[in-house]
Design a protein around this ligand. Structure first.
Ligand code: ASP
Length: 421
């Protein structure tokens, strides 16, 4: 692992902890308002990261297509990645559902029956039928096709951008001469984007310090204490899933968990403090390649796609939150409803944008599917920002492990780093 990235990671870690502690002190002493003077630095950091998403994703995916050389090679990689996404997301939801049913955080929360009028006699009747579910999936697929690629570029609609870059890269493979100028352009855009990302990373300790300071100073501990059982359920579930992912990473990479954590500390801590997989993407891309030895084409292709559709943490969180809300309203969910939650939570995570709070918005898919009142979201709102930090970290970790998984199937993994762990 490069010395520079080791010390960067250390600085980021220290910055996060200091932000956390000082933020709590400011909250306790009534000086939370002081953070307003520093807030712009956090905003600048996140904007700088977001600035890199479009140029980096567009050029990386296009160049990955060109480097892979054939549509078949990219098809194989895509298939492996998608299988990995599906299986790990399902396992994440499974963990969430096990723990929420074991801990029962919503039972006895005595929230009355307000909103229950939205429930039908038989919840199964309210469940989105096969047609509804099918339409929802179709909707996600159709909306991935850009009507206008320049609009997708301008609005940073990442999934549409990915589809356009793949298609453009695909035809470029068959029209080498015509493609030459654009391949050269994309190649240098990619290199410059990476160089700029490295530069922005230097600013990460300050940005992360301010972001942590702000969250802790403003939220403090009150909401945390009143919803502690619910928070505990989400965090225990996420931790179990993270351990499972670490097991995959460690066995596939043949490196210790500590080595992997050190290599990924910059993207994981950035994910934690920004609560955005998309904003973290530029850092994730450089870290897996430089610190873990993931092949650059795998990183370029699997990470942007993963940041958009593979959200294990969000899927787990949505299943726990939905069942928590049902428990709080005193509603017993049968196996059929739990199965619907299982499916819709996975789907809602695919549909969630990689930005802060997106999971809370797509929660409505899960709640509507089992006929739970949308007002239930109000119960968990106060701690959503906090839990978003944890679930985004797991989302990003899942994406990183995805690259290791895909790479290891070709026996490529780890060939680009010299030192072991
Ligand atoms: N903030 C998450 C992410 O960017 C999405 C969510 O809200 O769950 O990965």
């Amino acid at each position: 692992m490069q010395e520079a990235s080791k010390s960067d990671a250390k600085k980021i870690g220290i910055a996060m902890l200091s932000g956390l502690v000082i933020g709590l002190i400011l909250h306790k002493t009534g000086y939370a308002w002081l953070t307003e003077y520093l807030d712009p630095l956090g905003t600048i950091f996140v904007r700088l990261l977001k600035m890199m998403i479009v140029p980096l994703v567009f050029s990386s995916i296009f160049m990955a297509m060109i480097n892979l050389g054939t549509p078949e090679a990219m098809g194989t990689m895509g298939r492996r990645a998608v299988i990995y996404y599906f299986v790990t997301t399902a396992i994440a939801v499974f963990f969430g559902m096990i723990f929420v049913n074991l801990i029962n955080p919503g039972v006895g929360a005595s929230l009355g029956t307000a909103g229950l009028e939205n429930l039908s006699g038989s919840m199964a009747e309210k469940v989105v039928g096969n047609k509804g579910l099918y339409q929802t999936i179709l909707g996600v697929l159709i909306s991935a096709i850009p009507k206008n690629p320049f609009e997708a570029l301008a609005n940073a609609t990442v999934l549409q951008l990915i589809i356009f870059a793949i298609l453009l890269g695909w035809v470029a493979l068959y029209h080498k001469q015509d493609a030459d100028p654009i391949v050269k352009f994309m190649g240098s855009l990619e290199k410059l984007s990476l160089a700029l990302t490295h530069l922005i990373l230097k600013f990460a300790p300050i940005g992360i310090f301010v972001l942590m300071l702000d969250v802790m100073a403003k939220s403090g501990m009150t909401a945390i204490i009143s919803l502690s059982k619910y928070i505990l359920t989400v965090i225990v579930g996420l931790s179990c899933h993270a351990l499972f992912l670490m097991f995959i990473a460690s066995t596939r990479l043949k490196k210790s968990p500590l080595y992997i954590l050190k290599g990924l500390s910059a993207p994981l801590l950035t994910a934690f403090s920004t609560s955005s997989s998309a904003a973290t993407l530029p850092i994730t891309m450089t870290s897996v390649e430089e610190n873990l030895g993931v092949h650059k084409d795998t990183a370029k292709f699997v990470l942007p796609l993963g940041a958009t559709v593979n959200m294990d943490g969000t899927a787990l969180y949505e299943s726990v939150a939905a069942i928590f809300i049902a428990q709080a309203y005193g509603h017993d969910l049968g196996i059929a409803q739990q199965l619907v939650i299982f499916l819709t939570a996975s789907l809602a995570a695919v549909g969630a944008a990689a930005i802060p709070g997106a999971g809370l918005i797509t929660m409505s898919i899960v709640l509507t599917a089992v006929g739970l009142p949308l007002e239930g979201i109000g119960l968990i709102l106060a701690v959503d920002r906090l839990l978003d930090m944890f679930r985004t970290t797991v989302n990003v970790f899942g994406d990183c492990v995805g690259t290791i998984w895909v790479d290891s199937m070709d026996g490529q993994i780890g060939k680009h780093v010299e030192s072991g762990g």
